[in-house]
Design a binder for this molecule. Structure first.
Ligand SMILES: Nc1ncnc2c1ncn2[C@@H]1O[C@H](COP(=O)(O)OS(=O)(=O)O)[C@@H](OP(=O)(O)O)[C@H]1O
Ligand SMILES: Nc1ncnc2c1ncn2[C@@H]1O[C@H](COP(=O)(O)OP(=O)(O)O)[C@@H](O)[C@H]1O
Length: 174
């Protein structure tokens, strides 16, 4: 594959982005494609662990990820982005910058995210120990027209993967 593409997984904490990104990576590797995960949390911890979660900080950080995904996907790699990316304007910018682009809204209802709470953040937010948790008391602007929406409270990870692969085939990316 001379040109890759970007799968942009957006959604609040606990919606299932990381889990889906890993399953997609395995599936694409089995199919023989070059693939990289760009994980928001990992990039933050590696490059700027003290950045924080203000609107300006998130916008800057999201633009770094857009730049990385653009370079990878135009060089034959499938870039899987796992990033809360709460702002519509930034996701629209990503769509403009990255030619071959699949936006996936990874959705799960708040009560399910609170039950999962993989990093204990909702427990802290409920106790008032942190403020501005995306999708709880912090803004998350829902995608209006994503290429794919998955509801991880109703679908299995395998079903999510298949839906995304179907869309990539429809768009002639695979
Ligand atoms: N206030 C607040 N709001 C949202 N998320 C928070 C916050 N504080 C810490 N975290 C943890 O930060 C993880 C990385 O977020 P991202 O880089 O994907 O977010 S963003 O696009 O910059 O909004 C994000 O990872 P995921 O849980 O994998 O989504 C959270 O665990
Ligand atoms: N269909 C599904 N898709 C994704 N995650 C799921 C699904 N069903 C259950 N889960 C669980 O939900 C949690 C989601 O956490 P994670 O993938 O870290 O979310 P995020 O990266 O969006 O914060 C994991 O514990 C995962 O095992």
């Amino acid at each position: 594959m001379s040109e890759g593409f970007t799968i942009w997984l957006t959604g609040p904490s606990g919606a299932g982005k990381t889990t889906l990104a890993r399953a997609l990576k395995e599936r694409f590797k089995e199919m023989g494609y070059k693939v990289e995960i760009l994980d928001g949390d990992e990039i933050r911890n590696t490059l700027y662990p003290n950045l924080g979660f203000s609107k300006e900080a998130r916008e800057m950080h999201n633009k770094v990820v857009i730049y990385m995904a653009k370079l990878l996907s135009r060089n034959g790699v499938i870039a899987i982005v796992s990033l809360i990316s709460p702002y519509k304007s930034v996701r629209e910018y990503a769509r403009k910058e990255i030619e071959r682009f699949i936006e996936v809204y990874v959705y799960a209802p708040l009560e399910i995210r609170i039950k999962r709470d993989p990093k204990g953040l909702y427990a802290k937010a409920l106790k008032g120990e942190i403020k501005g948790l995306t999708g709880y008391d912090g803004v998350y602007e829902e995608p209006e027209n994503p290429e794919v929406k998955v509801d991880s409270s109703k679908m299995s990870v395998d079903e999510e993967v298949e839906l995304i692969i179907k869309k990539a085939k429809e768009l002639n990316y695979l």
